[in-house]
Design a protein around this ligand. Structure first.
Ligand SMILES: *Cc1c(COP(=O)(O)O)cnc(C)c1O
Length: 446
């Protein structure tokens, strides 16, 4: 028998709202809280929050009544409150702060389309969200209702994807794609599905968390026409996992949409291994698989949310082995300047020799693994997959050093600095190549 499920508590100010209004996402959207007066009806604001709310060019504030009701009015440090109510910390600059910390604009061949990885693109389809996270990594573009993406932007984005056959995965984000009018979303998805090389589409959305009422049967009926479709939500703290979110996820799962979660590591909100463990366990219980845990970006306004990177490693240390393997997210630092996501984790490799590797497990138990004495190496010449592999120019990276005859990767300017011989020695075209048959560089040529 599953326990009886009660709807989440409403803030007293909303007690008299009829259920059919409360449960209507349009009502939730049009009754969002955004002013000192609105908030004071729900909980007394702190001095710091007051100050931030009256600051000039404050990043947009808007919170659905549902999400605001999850805040404990008596706790100024409530983990949900801190995600959505600005504080004076938001106005403080810090070393390393950037407007576009992931250099997304530089990677955009057309407005709103970020092509940073070889086989997939990020497609920003709106600047609007159901509520606004104070640490938003795209606060440079998000929130402004007068500057969102239009049909002609979509056409340019779609055109780029149509003429770029290596794009097999399109990630819709924004803003929040699930705030789009259903017709517009349907049209977009259908145009993407008409592109033969687009194998999968995914949506990044916090709508199920901010406004679970939006996940209607009508919405899931639209979405399930466009499989394979994946969806990542964004939950940072166990307090966000309510009966309403659970029901929304249930509908999405029943529509065959695999659900993942991306969370952001935030000081004073979820920078604790025990909170994180509860979060990931609650997520898998509602069939949402933790995907990424992000180190907080170096973005304008988010300085007070940053933790040391080590906190993320500590959290993964506390999760891996201690709970279900599929509940453990990958901790990533999204490289400032646009290097993409870089995964980090504790070290489990303790030492190695030519015949053994020494490993430690999550308990600190140290073991050894005997390496095979004979290993018939994989033969790329007879492997159909190796033969049909397509090179990604300039993107083979370290993996390219392993599986080709390329010898090294050099930082820019390296040759200039190390050519102290004075230029008599000109680099030959094949100098970045291992010679076949195991003859290394500097070996006498026979
Ligand atoms: C995160 C991201 C993706 C998707 O990365 P995955 O690791 O495949 O989830 C794609 N493009 C951009 C620009 C991104 O930031």
């Amino acid at each position: 028998m599953s326990p009886a499920k009660f709807p989440s508590k409403r803030a007293p100010v909303f007690a008299d709202v009829p259920d059919e209004k409360w449960n209507d996402w349009r009502w939730q959207l049009s009754h969002r809280l955004n002013s000192v007066d609105d908030f004071e009806k729900v909980f007394p604001l702190t001095e710091s929050e007051h100050k931030a709310l009256s600051a000039a060019d404050l990043f947009r504030v808007d919170i659905t009544p549902y999400f605001a009701s999850l805040i404990n009015p008596d706790d100024p440090d409530d983990p949900i409150r801190k995600q959505v109510i600005p504080t004076a910390g938001e106005i403080v600059p810090f070393t390393g702060m950037m407007e576009d910390s992931l250099a997304e604009d530089r990677h955009s061949p057309v407005p709103g389309l970020v092509h940073r990885y070889p086989d997939r693109v990020l497609m920003l389809v709106t600047t609007q969200c159901a509520s606004y996270c104070r640490y938003c990594t795209r606060s440079r573009i998000v929130g402004d209702p007068s500057s969102t993406f239009s049909r002609s932007d979509y056409e340019a984005q779609l055109d780029y994807i149509r003429k770029t056959p290596q794009v097999r995965d399109v990630l819709l984000s924004g803003g929040d794609p699930l705030t789009l009018a259903p017709k517009v979303l349907e049209e977009l998805l259908s145009k993407l599905r008409d592109i033969p090389h687009v194998e999968i589409v995914r949506i990044g959305s916090r709508v199920p968390v901010f406004m679970p009422q939006r996940v209607t049967d009508e919405l899931t009926e639209i979405l399930q026409k466009f499989h394979p479709l994946w969806l990542n939500i964004h939950v940072n703290h166990p307090n966000e996992i309510t009966v309403e979110l659970e029901e929304a996820c249930e509908k999405l799962s029943r529509a065959g949409i695999p659900l993942g979660n991306q969370s952001v590591l935030l000081a004073g909100i979820n920078d604790c291994p025990h909170i994180q463990k509860q979060l990931v366990q609650d997520l898998v219980r509602i069939r949402v698989r933790p995907y990424y845990l992000y180190q907080c970006d170096l973005v304008d306004g988010a300085g007070h949310f940053r933790t040391p990177v080590a906190k993320g490693i500590e959290i993964i240390e506390a999760l891996r082995g201690h709970t279900s393997g599929f509940a453990v997210p990958t901790f990533v630092v999204d490289a400032p300047g646009g290097g993409g996501k870089i995964p980090l984790m504790p070290n489990y490799l303790v030492s190695m020799s030519d015949h053994k590797i020494i490993l430690r497990n999550y308990e600190g138990y140290i073991t050894s693994y005997e390496e095979p004495i004979v290993y018939q190496p994989h033969d790329p010449k007879t492997c159909r997959f190796c033969q049909s592999r397509r090179l990604e120019p300039g993107q083979q990276g370290v993996s390219g050093l392993l599986d080709s005859d390329q010898m090294f990767i050099k930082p820019e300017g390296f040759d200039l600095l190390h050519n102290r011989g004075g230029g008599q020695h000109r680099l030959r075209a094949d100098e970045n190549k291992w010679k076949p048959l195991g003859i290394g560089p500097g070996d006498e040529e026979s």
